[in-house]
Design a protein around this ligand. Sequence first.
Ligand code: GDP
Ligand code: IMO
Ligand code: MG
Length: 429
Amino acid sequence: MPGIVLLGAQWGDEGKGKITDLIADDFDFVVRYQGGNNAGHTVIHGDTHLALHLIPSGIMYPHITPLIGNGCVIDPKVLIGEMDKLEAGGISTERLLISGNAHLIMPWHLLLDAGSERKLGQNEIGTTRRGIGPAYQDKAARTGIRVQDLLDAHILKLKIETALVEKNELLTKIYRIDPLDPVEVYRDFQRFADRIVPHICESSQLLNAALRDNQWVLFEGAQGTLLDLDHGTYPFVTSSSCTAGGAAIGSGVGPTQINKVLGIAKAYITRVGSGPFPTELFDKTGQLLGEVGAEFGTTTGRARRCGWYDAVIVRYAAEVNGLTDLCITKLDVLSCLDTIKVCVAYEHDGRRYTTVPGSQSAFHHATPIYEELPGWQTDISACRSYYELPREARDYIDFIENLADVPVSIIAVGPERTQTIMRRWKPRS
Ligand code: GDP
Ligand code: IMO
Ligand code: MG
């Protein structure tokens, strides 16, 4: 012990990469437990700027073992590219471990992701087109190809050939895309195997042994609570369990091994892709937040939709994840505003909601009820303690804290690792 989960409390891009990198020093393992290279986690330290998609954000610390858990889906070409990039920047990836039970994103998954989005037309999910949905689909259908299949050339070849019998029919007949050649796919994957096989491990056993040995494990979530397959804004979600329960499933440790859950939320909110977004701003304020907050996707470069902080969503995230701590990021971005709104509840059909409505349609049509707070309009990026913050900024944090009923333990005031206020973060307690 301890096992600590760090995850997004909104729709992703909350700053999980920065905060993982910030607190990782105390840990022995940093584990990704779901998702794939749809994630884009930014880590900035001095002159080093990393955009990580698959490799856990603790990679910069030589004493940490980064591990990609069984709940993830891995595009081997992307993983190898990321490893090469890190190595070229002087960051060793030798310690990286990969669960043999994680699933592989195959070339047909990328084509099917794009094809299905095209077919949906106006109703598209707005996926990252990284093959995530189709790879998890095959996992659930029990026809997926796993990392451990790279260990046996014969099995790998057979699985690729078998899969392509059906996938090529789908590609050509339904999506009007050229078929894939099994020989070529197999040849590529044999090359990938040479690089990946040395990193394969029995991750569940390893993590359980580490926890028994009092080592520290940080579970780094990807995406965010509202993108969770079960608890998010379905169908506008990703295909994995981003919430805290997913950490147990996606790594093979029991839920009793998790003793803290740190939720990361921006001081406002953003979303990439389609789907309902009650506090979305379509005006100059939304544009300003996007500009000042540099709200462009780390993975796809798409402009992120911006809106006011939604306390209903964070309260919901506190419940479904059992949050013990909150971290509010990008507080510095709000310095550009003279007044700031916070959504405290929704109204729909004459009913007031203080948590996310169970009905998709009610959420879609929910009207936010706002409270307005004064801004501070001074640069806070050099503040390193809560009491250095202007009174209005402290009031804003206290307001959010009360609404979430979870202590705000960390406040981020800039993208750099050092631009952080450690208010109440006590991983040892
Ligand atoms: P993640 O997917 O949750 O890891 O978040 P991303 O890395 O995709 O997006 C967060 C962006 O905000 C990155 O560009 C970070 O460098 C940046 N960032 C993180 N924390 C802060 C902060 O407190 N202030 C500012 N201005 N930028 C931040
Ligand atoms: P990080 O880890 C923000 C969104 C996509 C789309 C939906 C489904 O950086 O916070 P997918 O490709 O997963 O099938 O797309 O989920 N999405 C993200 N949005 N941050 C992410 O990751 C995301 N990963 C997926 O935009 O709406
Ligand atoms: Mg991101």
